[in-house]
Every structure is written in structure tokens, then in C-alpha cells.
Design a protein around this ligand. Structure first.
Ligand SMILES: [Zn+2]
Length: 257
């Protein structure tokens, strides 16, 4: 009887563990985001993989283009576009900046694959490919193609340079952008990691909760994703050890005692 009980308990534990692993495999970070303590973005109930999509010099989004782009007409930029869910926080940012007597401008928002291609080509022609690659992205590799990145500027100059950081608008963004859901993608001390020069004008929208968590943790979006991927693999490894899953077997069925 005791043996049967032990068998049934072990069976239940394994089935539960197996189901959890399946869920993790199916939804990947989604489940860990809300269930695992210590996750930076743990307050989120839904993981928006679209919002936190990994894009850098090695990871392309191909020719993808958002389908919900809206013009920034109401804030004075009828020819600039952004994904619809960014609009209200961006409008709030621009209004608050104006209320703070800042001359905040939007220099660039969504850029299509083709636009990025022409832009990179023109930089490459002017500065050479290697130099162009330090501040511009090849088509398919730009956060601007996501429709959630903005290059800010001010009335003095729309020429993007690191002096923007020391101007009132750049300094204000650095301190406040997260309150509107924006994160600086290419900070000064992370050039080796990002592959980009310091870009105090380039921010990407990830929602207020995400941006606040990242700002407090001092992480870029990609640093966070890398860290979580590592944590996920460690967690899966420890889950295997705890429930005694045989690593040589594919996790496709419960391992019975
Ligand atoms: Zn940019």
C-alpha cells in the first residue's frame, strides 16, 4: 500500500513537472516572467515578446514591418510614424517636455527596411562602411524598423550627436524617459555590448512598467533578454535535477518511477 502511495506521489510530481516544462518550452519566458521570483519584469502579467523583440547587429527582423503604424500628426509630425500603442505615452512625453519649457523634437521614428537601406548606404558613402556601422544599422537590423524607436532632438539642432546628452532635452530624457515607457538603447558605458556608439537621442518604447524596471536595474532591453535566457536555461537545468529527469531523454513525456 505504501509502495503504491509512493508510486502515485512520484507519478503526480513527475506529471506536474513535465507539464510545467512543457509550458515553459511552449511559452518560454512568458511563464517564468510571472512565476519566478527575482525577475526584473516580474510585475508583468503578460510578456509582450513583440515589445521586447531582440534586435541588434547580429539579430535581424528581416523585412518585417508593423501593421498598426499611426502618424504623429497630433504632436506635429504628420510624416513620422509609430506603432499605435506607443502614441499615448509619446504624446504625454512631448506635452510634459513642453510644459517643462523644453524644445523637444522628434527627428526620426519608424523607418522601413527600404528607408534604412538608403540611409545606411548614404552614411557608408560618406563615412565608409566600418564607421557607418558604428552609428547606423543595416536594413533589418534597426530598432527603428520595429516602429517603437524614436530619435529625439531639440530646436538647436537635429544633428544627432552626443552633445545632446548635455543639453536640457537630452538630460531630461535621460532622467525621465522611463516614466513614459522609453529606454535608452545605446548607453555610454555599454558600447562594447551594444556595438553602437553612445546615442543619447535614441530611445525605444517598451511600456512604462518594463522601462521602469530596466531603468532601476540599469539594463538595456537586450541585456535583460540575454540575462533571462541564461536564467531560463539554468532554471530548466535545476528543474531537471530536482525532478530527476533524464537529460538524455527528450522532454516529451513524464519519466515514471
Ligand atoms: Zn535611432
Amino acid at each position: 500500500m505504501n509502495q503504491l502511495l509512493a508510486y502515485l506521489t512520484a507519478l503526480i510530481i513527475n506529471v506536474v513537472a513535465w507539464n510545467q516544462l512543457q509550458t515553459v518550452q511552449d511559452q518560454q519566458l512568458a511563464i517564468l516572467d510571472v512565476t519566478q521570483p527575482g525577475f526584473v519584469l516580474g510585475t508583468h502579467t503578460s510578456w509582450d515578446s513583440e515589445m521586447l523583440k531582440y534586435v541588434d547587429k547580429q539579430n535581424s527582423i528581416g523585412t518585417d514591418s508593423p501593421t498598426d503604424l499611426v502618424a504623429l500628426s497630433d504632436i506635429g509630425y504628420p510624416y513620422q510614424f509609430i506603432r499605435s500603442y506607443v502614441l499615448s505615452d509619446l504624446t504625454r512625453l512631448m506635452n510634459d517636455a513642453r510644459a517643462a519649457k523644453l524644445d523637444m523634437r522628434i527627428v526620426s521614428a519608424f523607418r522601413s527596411y527600404d528607408t534604412q537601406q538608403s540611409l545606411f548606404n548614404s552614411y557608408a558613402k560618406r563615412y565608409g562602411v566600418t564607421q557607418a556601422n558604428r552609428f547606423s544599422a543595416l536594413p533589418g537590423f534597426s530598432e527603428h524598423q520595429l516602429g517603437t524607436a524614436i530619435d529625439f532632438g531639440n530646436g538647436h539642432s537635429t544633428d544627432l550627436s552626443d552633445s545632446f546628452f548635455y543639453q536640457p532635452e537630452g538630460a531630461w530624457l535621460f532622467r525621465n524617459a522611463y516614466k513614459y515607457g522609453f529606454v535608452m538603447s545605446y548607453p555610454k558605458d555599454k558600447q562594447t555590448y551594444t556595438g553602437y556608439i553612445f546615442e543619447p537621442w535614441h530611445y525605444r518604447y517598451v511600456g512604462v512598467d518594463n522601462a521602469t524596471a530596466l531603468y532601476n536595474a540599469g539594463l538595456t532591453i537586450n541585456e535583460y533578454s540575454d540575462r533571462e535566457a541564461q536564467r531560463l536555461s539554468q532554471w530548466l537545468e535545476s528543474a531537471r535535477l530536482v525532478v530527476g529527469l533524464d537529460e538524455s531523454l527528450p522532454v516529451s513525456r513524464p519519466i515514471l518511477p
